[in-house]
Design a protein around this ligand. Sequence first.
Ligand code: 3HC
Ligand code: NAI
Length: 702
Amino acid sequence: MTDAVRYSREGAIGLIEVVNPPVNALGQAVRAGISAAIRQGIADPDAKVLVIYGEGRTFMAGADIREFGKPPMPPILGEVINEIEACPKPTVAAIHGTALGGGLETALGCRFRVALKGSKVGLPEVKLGIIPGAGGTQRLPRVAGVANALEMITSGRHVPVEEALTLGIVDAVVDGTDVKAAGIAFARRVVDEGLDAPAVRDRDDKLAAARADRSIFEETRRKLARSMRGRMSPQKAVDAVEAAVDLAIDQGLKRERELITECMESSQRAGLVHAFFGEREVAKVPGMSKDVPVRPVKKAAVIGAGTMGGGIAMCFANAGIPVTVVETSQEALDRGLGRVRNNYDISARRGRYTPEQVDGLMALFTPALDLAAVAEADIVIEAVFESMDVKKEVFRKLDAVAKPGAVLATNTSYLDVDEIAAVTSRPADVLGMHFFSPANVMKLLEVVRGAKTADDALKTALEIGRKLGKVAVVAGVCDGFIGNRMLKTYKTQMDYVMEDGALPQEIDAAITGFGFPMGLYAMGDLAGLDIGYMTRRREDATRPADARYVAIADRLYELGRLGQKTGAGWYRYEDGRTPIPDPEVEAIILEESGKKGINRRAFGADEILTRALCALVNEGAKVLAEGIALRPVDIDMVWLFGYGFPAYEGGPMFWADRRGLDKVLADIRGFADHDPKSWQPAPLLVELAEAGRTFKEWSDAR
Ligand code: 3HC
Ligand code: NAI
């Protein structure tokens, strides 16, 4: 046996304990250990029943994801589970925490499953670009039926054990916190009451419905083609479950193995695993000691109850943190909190909250018209107009009224956090917390570290981000931080492509074809074209006279085409939200190209996409070299969680590493031949491409 699995016995019960913190992942040592422990249990003459459980906070949370992409290390999990299932003595899985992926598959190899209340089970493999590969697609339909298994496997949902009990996945749900005791108690019942159950592989009754009516498979495939557009593994999961219905179990297991192997080798798997670890990695700030304390946050305040302020305040309330909301007039305050209430009421109508819960949430908001009301807040987030003068005024006042040690954050999208911090007597407490719209929904939070921001203030902001359910990424101070700065470069390139020959719908089709949920211009219509217009007017004073300026968006604005809210923008909207290409827009584009004497040409989707991605990567390389992003993975997570970059591509920097930086550079140089001004290869990209290295290698070596 290995150190990762211990065998012991209490009376007639053989105990197999998995000890592989933090989540008892089923790495090679655990697999080998379980296999050895099963054999030891079989050989132990006094053991009548064997119980498998996990030490620490959870049952097994699945295969060890760090082993993906490496050569297989025997024994493979499927064989170990077959061994458990073939064990001549009854086996009991005692579940606490989460039994996920290979963890649930291990439990399904046992005769019985008992779970502590509050724990969860699931097969979340599709989220990693694979399918269950240790029998989950064959055994889950046998206990839960084909429809339930398809739903669970293709969604990857974590199912509460109370629901799993009704689905037939677990046999008992018990109170208590001691999983070993729960396992032993259940095993005693097996001995004393002679409880018996067939091995899951021998059960067939729940497959009958799908055998009689196979339409569920096509229907599921059709739905997934829409809801998981571009994703390979959910479709493969349906194939695997269908094999459970068509084939004998051993053939079904073999088919599952073939299908997971295809998924394992796919770039989607690589991208999604990068996303899994990336989401966790960004929480760790290189160079910051573990000993840096987090300041306690019990009360929050938000200044401004507009689009962003209301959403940010909701995040605090949702996390159970009381929040004071400050506005300049009673009317603005009523409007802002009215919108918040309305949002909660909509959620309540959808069944997410009871009316009492909505009242409870609203009770966490304290409206105020005087900034002095923030005096007790441990963190204050300013979300007033995007104007340096207004923000400075607010921070001067905050400095006078906020309590010592309060974290003072600005939600600015572009402005200089250091300049804002400088008007206070406590720049060490000042930083940016850049939420994305709608703030109560979007998962990204850029935490902007100013030149003087203290480590503990930064750590507190990151910790608050985590509590609010966000993926918080550290960014440095520059115009637009990580995300909006890169977005600007990419959008500028797409505007050039439009002026040179493509239509918005062609550009958007190239982008959504890659996997973004929305095109750039459809997204612009959603956000409103007035925001960009105002920004451009602010930039007029500083824009170099010889800069190429595409005026198409200004023309739309001047016609009152502000996007979805006016029924027209880059597209026309008949039902308020479905973009319809508009000949009027095409005429404006042709006219603007004509004014500059541009000989418009056709752009294929590939060229558009390559330009879009190269623009992102080139600017990303500059962001990295300047230290605005700490690592390439930080850029990737900004794009995944803030801008809809397809998770299965891993993010722009991961995409570039996989494509090969030499190829990316060659493309950029090709574009630069025609437009050297806007396509200057980032020095870091040139250096790495010429050395045959990747962004990740560069980052890991630092
Ligand atoms: N393999 C390797 N490492 C894992 C892991 C896994 N399956 N699951 C979690 N970890 C690591 C995390 O990376 C993290 O490492 P870090 O501390 O160095 O950053 C640490 O364990 C703790 O994880 P979390 O921070 O996510 O802890 P939480 O308590 O927030 O969440 C969890 C726990 C719900 C179990 C969550 O970690 C999770 O969802 N894990 C993945 C579960 C999963 O996808 N399982 C299926 C794997 S694929 C499979 O089983 C294939 C099979 O069919 C053959
Ligand atoms: P908004 O115009 O919807 O709301 C601003 C609110 O601030 C208004 O209700 C206004 O009455 C209030 N306000 C102004 N001065 C105030 C003061 N001195 N004290 C208290 N309240 C005051 O603006 P929005 O869109 O919410 O933007 C706010 C900030 O968030 C800006 O800095 C913006 O750049 C940033 N941001 C906006 C995003 C968006 O998509 N709208 C996304 C991310 C950041």
